[in-house]
Design a protein around this ligand. Structure first.
Ligand SMILES: [Zn+2]
Length: 342
C-alpha cells in the first residue's frame, strides 16, 4: 500500500467548480491565503437542499468563492445543514454565516465550545500567558519582540460570529446525511474532539484534518494547555481509527485530494510520528528548547510563514517524549524550557 495514500484518480475541482466523487457527493475547494492554499469542502445532496461539510475562513475571498459555488454547482438550492469537522478557522470560519442564512450547525461539543470561546476572546496584544509560552518554547527573541508589540491574528478576524445553538455529533452515533448512513468517530490531537464520519453500508469516509494524504496534520500545543500531549492523543486516534479501515474506502480529507488506502495512510502516519520521536530523542542528548529541535524534527529550513506552526508542533513532540517518560523539562535561565532525554 502506498503510504502517502493513493490519490483519487481525478483532478481537483477548478475554482467555482465541483467534482462528483460519488453519486450526490460534490468535492469543491475554497481558497486560503496560506499553505495549504485551499480547504476542501463537500456538499451532499439532501432532498431539495444540501448538507455542506466544512466552510473555509470568514474572508471576502472565501465568501465570494461560496457565492460562486452556491449559484453554480449547488444550483441555488439551500444549504440546510453545515457539518464542521473541527474548530479551526479554515473549517468553521463560515459556519455562522451559513447559520445566519438558515442552516443548522452540526459539530462536536468541544469544537463548538472552543469556537465560541475563541471568537469571544479578542486581544489587541498577545496575552502574558501567550508570551510566557512562546518564551518557554524558545521563540527567537527578535520574533518574540515583534509579536509582543503587534496585534495578533484574532480568531474572530477570520471566523464569522457564531450564534447560540448547534446540534452535537457524538462518538459512536449514527447519522443520516445526504441519504447515506454514517458513524461518527471522534479523533483527537490535531484538534480536540475532531469529528470523522465513516460510511455505514458504503465506502466513503469524511476525515477532515484527522487523516490527511501527503502531509501530517499539525499537532500543536498552545498557551491554553501548555502541557498538552497532542501527539499522544493523535497517535491513539490513528490506532483506534485503523480498525475501521477497509479496502475500497474513498477518504475525503480537509486538504489535498481524496484518497484510497486509509489503512496504509494511517500506518504511514504512525510510523512517521514514531520516527520523529526517535530523531528527537537522539537530539535531546543535549538539553534544548523546542525551537532548537526544528532540524531534528523537520530536517529542513523553516521560513517565517511556517515558524508559528512549526514551533507549536515542536512543543507537541517534546511534550510527547516527556509524557511517555523519555524526556524531562527543566527551567532555563531566561524563562525558556529545556528538554533533555532520560
Ligand atoms: Zn484544515
Amino acid at each position: 500500500m502506498d503510504g502517502a495514500g493513493q490519490e483519487f484518480p481525478f483532478e481537483p475541482p477548478v475554482p467555482g467548480g465541483a467534482v462528483e466523487v460519488a453519486p450526490g457527493v460534490l468535492w469543491m475547494r475554497v481558497p486560503l491565503p496560506m499553505r495549504p492554499d485551499h480547504v476542501n469542502v463537500y456538499a451532499l445532496g439532501d432532498g431539495d437542499g444540501w448538507t455542506v461539510i466544512d466552510t473555509g475562513l470568514d474572508t471576502k475571498t472565501c465568501r465570494a468563492a461560496w457565492d460562486v459555488l452556491l449559484a453554480g454547482p449547488l444550483e441555488g438550492r439551500p444549504v440546510r445543514r453545515v457539518v464542521v469537522t473541527h474548530h479551526h478557522p479554515d473549517h468553521i470560519g463560515l459556519a455562522g454565516w451559513f447559520q445566519a442564512r438558515g442552516a443548522e450547525l452540526w459539530t462536536t461539543r468541544t469544537a463548538w465550545l472552543f469556537a465560541r470561546m475563541h471568537s469571544l476572546d479578542v486581544q489587541e496584544r498577545p496575552t502574558a500567558e501567550t508570551l510566557a509560552f512562546w518564551r518557554g518554547a524558545g521563540m527567537e527573541t527578535g520574533v518574540l519582540a515583534e509579536r509582543a508589540a503587534g496585534r495578533p491574528m484574532n480568531y474572530a478576524d477570520i471566523v464569522a460570529p457564531m450564534p447560540l445553538g448547534f446540534r452535537r455529533v457524538a462518538q459512536g452515533e449514527e447519522v443520516t446525511l445526504g441519504g447515506r448512513r454514517w458513524r461518527v468517530e471522534i479523533g483527537h490531537g490535531h484538534a480536540p474532539e475532531h469529528a470523522t464520519l465513516w460510511g455505514v453500508g458504503h465506502d466513503l469516509v469524511i476525515a477532515g484534518d484527522q487523516i490527511l494524504p501527503g502531509i501530517t496534520p499539525n499537532l500543536g500545543v498552545y498557551a491554553t494547555e501548555p502541557d498538552a500531549d497532542p501527539v499522544g492523543d493523535w497517535l491513539a486516534s490513528c490506532r483506534r481509527l485503523r480498525a475501521f479501515a477497509r479496502d475500497g474506502q474513498l477518504t475525503l480529507p480537509g486538504h489535498r485530494r481524496p484518497f484510497l488506502g486509509v489503512a496504509g495512510r494511517l500506518e504511514a502516519l504512525i510510523a512517521d510520528a514514531e520516527a520523529a520521536q526517535q530523531r528527537l530523542w537522539d537530539a535531546l542528548a543535549e538539553p534544548r528548547t523546542a525551537a532548537a529541535c526544528f532540524d531534528a524534527l523537520y530536517g529542513r529550513a523553516i521560513g517565517p510563514a511556517e515558524y508559528g506552526l512549526a514551533l507549536v508542533e515542536a512543543v507537541g513532540h517534546v511534550n510527547h517524549l516527556r509524557a511517555t517518560g523519555r524526556a524531562e523539562r527543566v527551567a532555563g535561565p531566561d524563562g525558556e524550557w529545556l528538554w533533555r532525554r532520560v
